[in-house]
Structures are given as structure tokens and as C-alpha cells.
Design a protein around this ligand. Structure first.
Ligand SMILES: [Zn+2]
Length: 161
């Protein structure tokens, strides 16, 4: 894309943002950052809906990913007679299995977040109870700790090593 074109797009973006019709900044999976109304309470029904949509599309994405991995593993199984090829293949499988394991854990976390959305516990720090905040949740929809507790947690983890 040419520089001028980029610049002109930027200008349009700015204009759009000013008029309040900006559709430029996106967050997780192309969701627009949540615009809270003045005086809107934290985790209002509209916010709950917003995060439910984010979590559901994320989960859908991950599940498709898991499906692809499974199909891939099945397709490739037993296609190599050469031991060297097999070794490489086994490494690939191990890597894919780890990825799948991570995805499965994430799917579990998402399910837990969805459950919390239903019970009204979503968006509050597990450790200290403060609001985690919309911005942080949009970046990490499964966050269960506020940024302060998360930072403390990480410091403690480092000290244990
Ligand atoms: Zn906290």
C-alpha cells in the first residue's frame, strides 16, 4: 500500500473516531473495544454479552484448531517406512500433541469464564476481588486476576525458581 493511501486512511480513521462511528480499533478476534456508556455499571448485561461473544468465538476457533490437528495426525500416521522420517514425524506429533494439550486447557479456561459470566463472578479478581477491568479482559478474556495480583504472582513464581 502506498504511503499516501495509508495517510489518507489514517485521516479517515481519525475523523470516524471523532464522530464516534470509528470501526477501526479492534480487539480480540476483531471485536471492537467495548464503549461503556456514561455511568454504566461494571459488567452490565451489555458487557456480559460482549464478553460472552468474545469467549464463544475464541472457543469456536480453538475447537476448529483441535479438529484440524486430529485430522492431521490421522492422515499422517504410518505413512513413513524410513526410520529417519519416522523420527521426524514423531517429533512433529509430539509438538502437535503439546499444542493440542494447551488448546484443550484454554478451552477449559474459557468454559470456566463462561460459567462465571452466568453467575456474575466474571471480571473480578480471584485474589483480591477488585474489578479486573474491561481493557484487560479484552486483551485476556480468561484473566482471573487483576493486573496487580498477576504481577505479584509472577514475582513470586520467579522467586521460587
Ligand atoms: Zn487482585
Amino acid at each position: 500500500m502506498s504511503v499516501e493511501k495509508k495517510a489518507s486512511i489514517k485521516k479517515t480513521e481519525r475523523k470516524a473516531a471523532k464522530s464516534g462511528a470509528g470501526k477501526t480499533a479492534t480487539t480480540f478476534f476483531g471485536f471492537e473495544p467495548y464503549q461503556a456508556k456514561r455511568g454504566e455499571e461494571y459488567m452490565s448485561p451489555r458487557q456480559v454479552e460482549h464478553f460472552r461473544n468474545i469467549l464463544l468465538s475464541w472457543r469456536r476457533e480453538l475447537m476448529e484448531e483441535v479438529d484440524r490437528t486430529v485430522t492431521h495426525l490421522q492422515d499422517d500416521a504410518g505413512t513413513f517406512a524410513d526410520p529417519n522420517d519416522r523420527a521426524t514425524q514423531e517429533e512433529e506429533f509430539a509438538l502437535e500433541l503439546r499444542t493440542r494439550d494447551r488448546e484443550r486447557k484454554l478451552i477449559k479456561k474459557i468454559a470456566e469464564s463462561l460459567r462465571q459470566l452466568g453467575t456474575g463472578d466474571y471480571g473480578y479478581c480471584e485474589a483480591c476481588g477488585v474489578e479486573i477491568g474491561i481493557q484487560r479482559l479484552e486483551a485476556r478474556p480468561t484473566a482471573t486476576l487483576c493486573i496487580d495480583c498477576k504481577t505479584l504472582d509472577e514475582i513470586r513464581e520467579k522467586q521460587m525458581v
